[in-house]
Design a protein around this ligand. Structure first.
Ligand SMILES: [Zn+2]
Ligand SMILES: [Zn+2]
Length: 125
């Protein structure tokens, strides 16, 4: 049982790790299927959640849908509205800014996602 869980988690991790892409849980499951790994969506979600909790992968919300990110380092995103590609960029908001917002509003920030909408270089051509 434990072996199986560990194996599935590694399969899920391997899908994201090698890719410079941001995938939904459904897309992760599709990738697993392509590699002959039959894993249910609930299992994929559970493993993605676990990997994210352990800072092994990143997460970004787009239109309310979670995209999982092979890059676990804190970073922001550029989203091209023409081709839909997502690009990683260094983080713009820093901890001090967030602390200031929390103090001002009396709000506890648990997570946040910064995505810049626009048009990428390829689509401009
Ligand atoms: Zn584009
Ligand atoms: Zn990213």
């Amino acid at each position: 049982m434990t072996y199986r869980n560990t194996k599935q988690r590694k399969d899920v991790y391997d899908v994201l790790k090698g890719l410079d892409r941001h995938l939904t849980a459904d897309q992760v499951m599709e990738e697993l299927k392509k590699n002959d790994r039959q894993v249910g969506l609930a299992t994929v979600y559970r493993n993605l959640h676990h990997l994210h909790e352990n800072n092994m992968i990143g997460k970004v919300l787009k239109d309310g849908v979670a995209l999982y990110d092979g890059n676990p380092e804190p970073h922001d995103h550029l989203h091209c509205r023409m081709c839909g590609k997502i690009f990683d960029v260094p983080k713009i908001l820093n901890e001090e800014n967030i602390k200031a917002i929390e103090d001002e509003k009396g709000f506890s920030v648990e997570e946040y996602f910064t995505t810049f909408e626009g048009v990428c270089n390829d689509c401009k051509k």
